[in-house]
Design a protein around this ligand. Structure first.
Ligand code: PLP
Length: 359
């Protein structure tokens, strides 16, 4: 080690899912939406006057903030936007988790949380999910420096009932509780209505999954105006212009098309339920998912073997080796057609595997 390295901030980074690019691939590994964004997004991007790109964008992201606030029945000063919810969450860690007491999040959850905690040197503890991969709310009824969990949880897809979330928020009014609702639009209940009652709650959502805009990088947080003001103070101390002109235009168009949004979510939910039935009949088991993915293990075939076999056929799913997730695959719900190809591949794979097995 060089002497200067002693003063380097050394971190183990988050590993995003791979982004292969093959013509025949079926990409079920990063929970993207299989449908294109709302038609209005294409229109505004085609109309975008590139001459305006010489000007800085609106630092308050006013147009997008207003559209989000209006859509969710909130005031403008209750909404904060960022470059994907990863940016919003990172800013929230920096802003709200400062007590020196450990923050709490589940042992199996979004694997960015411990990366941010390490990056910002925030102590943390990870209460274990129960055997069925459910959050035990009682684990969050002790002294802590803040709480964060996704609902539905990732990569399990399990929803925590809103009553349990309220209990966690109510019993922790001296700290900030962040509910990461990246997947809430696929059938879970949002904690947004609780904002009226609790000022220590921050709800974070993203345009990456349910609004088909992962490539545009738009996320947002909703909370009471004081929380949002603190978040903005940190943002303006870091980078005033997080949202560029294209993201502001595309994001605004996406929120305004509620009908398209509801229709794509409905299709994904329908395909998810079909896929669950098929997977069950093939010998997979899983907790009930309310997200746009299914976290499943097979009763005979190891997850890693399946992961590799699928990969060879250019069907990409996510595999988290080691620990309690060792024998699970996280399968994103694609179009009905994609899921049919996926299921057909598995049927054939298991049949061939059975034949090859010595008596
Ligand atoms: C996908 C995801 C995010 C991040 O989404 P962005 O693309 O950065 O908006 C945040 N939290 C969870 C749990 C996710 O799965």
């Amino acid at each position: 080690m060089k002497n200067w390295e002693a003063n380097v901030r050394q971190v183990v980074p988050y590993t995003p899912g791979e982004q292969p690019n093959q013509e025949d691939m079926i990409k079920l590994n990063t929970n993207e939406n299989p449908y294109p964004p709302a038609p209005g997004v294409k229109e505004v991007l085609e109309r975008l006057d590139t001459g305006t790109l010489r000007l800085y964008p609106d630092p308050t992201a006013g147009e997008l903030v207003s559209a989000i606030a209006e859509n969710y029945g909130l005031e403008k000063d209750q909404v904060f936007v960022g470059v994907g919810s990863d940016d919003v969450l990172a800013m929230s860690f920096l802003t709200f988790f400062n007590s020196g007491r450990p923050i709490l999040f589940p042992d199996i959850t979004y694997s960015f949380y411990d990366v941010w905690a390490e990056l910002f040197r925030i102590p943390y503890e990870r209460p274990a999910l129960d055997e069925q991969f459910h959050i035990r709310k009682e684990d969050y009824f002790r002294e802590n420096g803040g709480i964060i969990f996704p609902n539905p949880n990732a990569p399990t897809g399990v929803e925590l009932p809103l009553e349990d979330i309220e209990e966690i928020v109510a019993r922790n009014q001296d700290v900030i509780v962040i509910v990461d609702e990246a997947y809430v639009d696929f059938g879970a209940r949002s904690a947004l209505p609780l904002l009226k009652k609790y000022e220590n709650l921050l709800v974070v959502q993203t345009f990456s999954k349910s609004r088909s805009l992962a490539g545009m990088r738009i996320g947002f947080a909703c909370g009471n105006a004081r929380l949002i003001r603190y978040l903005n103070d940190v943002k303006y101390s870091f980078n005033s212009y997080t949202m560029d002109r294209t993201a502001l235009a595309a994001g605004t168009a996406a929120v305004k098309d509620q009908e398209y949004f509801r229709e794509t979510c409905r299709k994904i939910i329908e395909t998810r339920e079909w896929t669950k039935k098929e997977l069950r009949s093939l010998g997979f088991s899983f907790q009930d998912s309310k997200a746009n993915f299914i976290f499943a293990s097979h009763n005979v075939c190891p997850a890693e073997e399946l992961f590799q076999a699928l990969r060879k056929r250019h069907i990409y799913v996510r595999y988290f080796p080691g620990g309690r997730t060792e024998n699970f695959l996280r399968i994103t719900v694609g179009t009905r057609k994609e899921m049919e190809i996926f299921i057909d591949f598995l049927k054939k794979y298991f049949k061939d595997r059975e034949k090859k097995r010595p008596e």
